[in-house]
Design a protein around this ligand. Structure first.
Ligand code: ADP
Length: 163
């Protein structure tokens, strides 16, 4: 049985993340979306909120589980008995960071393999950060995020800020 882990900050979960999750769920028997508990103070959503939003978005995918982890990804991988890390690649700019991360994880846990999925062209410009920025300035982001994420963003940033 193949079990892969798709780790990230998911602050918040976007349609780009959902695309990778859906495609991953077709390839692997089980896919764990793993929300990183990071100490970054500028996170918009708490880990629990990020988990809830990811879970809502992936509710139609029975082989997808949403969890959170703290510390090293490779420790979480071992704990969950998974050897495949799934990551999404948007542009060349993602590559250097992803390459370093994959090499480091391989060094730390030689049994793990990182699999990359190339983004669907329509999400290639989409990131959690751009969604937050555009929304903060009143831009329309409804088509970039799952409905539950849109709802929570609106609660977080009062509609007065909306155009
Ligand atoms: P991190 O903080 O670890 O970079 P993110 O939450 O931003 O995590 O993203 C998690 C993973 O999803 C990363 O591999 C990232 O490259 C990928 N990803 C993010 N946005 C998209 C998108 N629009 N299309 C495809 N993959 C994406």
């Amino acid at each position: 049985m193949s079990r892969a882990v798709y780790p990230g900050s998911f602050d918040p979960f976007t349609n780009g993340h959902l695309d990778i999750t859906q495609r991953g769920a077709r390839i692997f028997d089980e896919l764990i979306v793993a929300v990183l508990i990071n100490s970054e103070k500028n996170a918009m959503f708490s880990v629990d909120e990020r988990k809830i939003m990811a879970r809502e978005a992936a509710v139609h995918l029975p082989n997808v589980k949403v969890m959170s982890f703290e510390g090293l990804l490779v420790d979480f991988m071992r704990q969950e008995r998974s050897r495949v890390i799934l990551r999404g690649l948007r542009a060349l700019s993602d590559f250097e960071y992803e390459f370093q991360l994959a090499q480091m994880n391989r060094q730390l846990a030689p049994e793990t393999e990182t699999f990359f999925m190339v983004t669907d062209a329509k999400y290639s410009y989409l990131s959690s950060r751009s969604v937050k920025e555009v929304f903060q300035f009143g831009g329309a982001i409804q088509e970039f995020v799952p409905p539950g994420v849109f709802r929570r963003l609106r609660e977080r940033i009062p509609p007065a800020g909306l155009k």
